[in-house]
Design a protein. Sequence first.
Length: 412
Amino acid sequence: MNLESLLEKVKQKGSNGKKRSDLKNFLMNELLKNYQGEMDFLIRARKPSRALARFLNKIGEIKAVYKNIPYLAVKTDSKEGKNLISYFFQQKNSTITKEFRKEITQINNLDVASAFSIIDPLATKERSTSSLDEELWNLSMIGAYYAQRKNQGKGTKIGIIDTGVDYNHKELESNFSLNKGYDFIRENKEPFDFNGHGTHVAGTIAGDTTGVSPKATLLSLRVLDEYGYGSEFDVIRALDYAIENKINIVNMSLGSEYASDALDEICTKASRTLILVAAAGNNGEFLACYPAAFGEPVISVAAVDDKKEHAAFSNMHTTLDVSAPGVNIKSSIPGDRYAEYSGTSMATPHVTGSLSLLLSSGKGAEFAEDIMKGSCEPLDGKFEYDKEYVFGAGLVRADKLLARLKQKRGRK
């Protein structure tokens, strides 16, 4: 059985309302019983040392040492991986402890790195036009055109953790400086998009004619390959990068039904200095999709259509924060082209762009989410669940968000 099949079983368990800690124990037991192949571990160290590094290199390969959380990313074969799991989750002696008894006591948490992917766009309609001159309904709906008369996002830095971005696209070339970001898959400073998803997201955030915040500075943080898949190892590395490079907002139109304690920890750490925005998922169920489902550290975004109705594919959850347009959204794709995509991936950049306008107006990130939620347009409908689990605070409104900021300033 491969890891994807096991994670599908985790998803099924999660839909029954299981706690994330229970899902972790379930996954570890399944790995012990059914899995053959390489294992990717996120290991929390009490005190990193050379001795611990030698031990980890003995049983596998250290792929990353994170700067902002005390974790290491380690790849092992099946035998050594099961030894680790057996020791930490079944309290059994293993061959590891006989040789490295002292070193293994330096480890105080073990988790499996999940496979992450784009929140798949559900519909694609490519346009062959070289420009989009018409007003876009999604930007009109959230009041972006009115908000742009006051502010266009200049001075904000936005990291797009995705499949990369076509930074040569005419919609986006002015949003990139010499520092384009980083490609964590190819390990270079040319994080180009070979899929299209990341470029579409970038276009909605900051495209010249397709974007909410057209003067924002973008950095492409490529963690997903041309097929839209990647490892949690690199998602955490990208968040590490965002913290180190003082990025203001991070857009994560990606997800997994399972996520590690390490990702939770770095999202919590990152949220102290920047804003994290993530897609709620496209399963059309009451289902957790991480990192959006972490709750407090991450703003979770659901999708609505052009009638402001809940998109049938959009996940519902207790951690939902806000809704945005996510059906048939026109934006950029590589090669100076345009396409219509649908998904919570497409809703998320509307929120990121709106928050960019707010930060560019001079308000600190620590107030941004409260101001955004307080300025949302209420949404309603008949649902099996509370409307907050379907829409969050309501429809993001870039215009009302800036107006609310002005009111707060006036009271000072």
